[in-house]
Design a protein around this ligand. Structure first.
Ligand SMILES: [Zn+2]
Ligand SMILES: [Zn+2]
Length: 189
């Protein structure tokens, strides 16, 4: 098997983390995880009650990450030669792509991406990240996060926090719209 980003480099067998077999490129340090190896590692940790909607984008954590210089390069599956499908992972200030083969479902992580997925709590649900459902969920969560940051910048963190709390209370209350109407009347004056 050869590196998707360096077709002249043979991948070396090793371990990405305990009990997870992977094949890495000696030049770019990217890792190829075969689908069967991923499943063996993932299955014992998979949560049977898992739902995409409960998977939030953990954008509140302060994480900075410089994507690998090979991240933007397209590649072919080391096992079966299909073009790898790229999936964008967007966080606060960073965007990177993880890649997966549409044929054998193997996963390619450029250098540092696996560690990033792990920090974000996403490493045990990589196949989910390739679903449209998760992508749209992540977009909404990201937009919500940006709106909160902008609000906190305008109002200051203390008032912003109260506002978010109130918004949540009203959202959950069956007559919450009365509260919203009250606020709007206050500001019409
Ligand atoms: Zn490489
Ligand atoms: Zn493949």
């Amino acid at each position: 098997m050869f590196c998707p980003k360096h077709p002249q480099e043979a991948l070396l067998a090793g371990q990405l983390v305990d009990d997870l077999k992977a094949y890495s490129c000696p030049t770019c340090h990217g890792s190829w995880i075969r689908s069967e190896d991923y499943q063996v590692w993932q299955q014992p940790q998979a949560d049977p009650s898992f739902e995409v909607n409960s998977l939030t984008v953990p954008i509140n954590r302060d994480i900075s990450y410089q994507p690998s210089r090979y991240d933007s390069r397209a590649g072919l599956c080391p096992s079966c030669g299909f073009y790898l499908v790229r999936r964008r992972i967007t966080l606060k200030q960073v965007t990177f792509f993880i890649e997966r083969c549409p044929g054998c479902k193997g996963i390619w992580c450029d250098d540092g991406e696996w560690e990033m997925l792990d920090k974000l709590g996403l490493s045990t649900c990589v196949p989910v990240l390739f679903t449209d459902e998760w992508q749209s969920h992540a977009r909404i969560a990201e937009a919500d996060y940006r709106e909160r940051v902008a609000t906190a910048e305008k109002l200051g963190p203390e008032i912003a926090e109260k506002l978010f709390e109130l918004a949540k209370l009203l959202e959950e209350h069956p007559s919450g719209d009365f509260g919203v109407a009250y606020l709007m009347r206050r500001f019409e004056k």
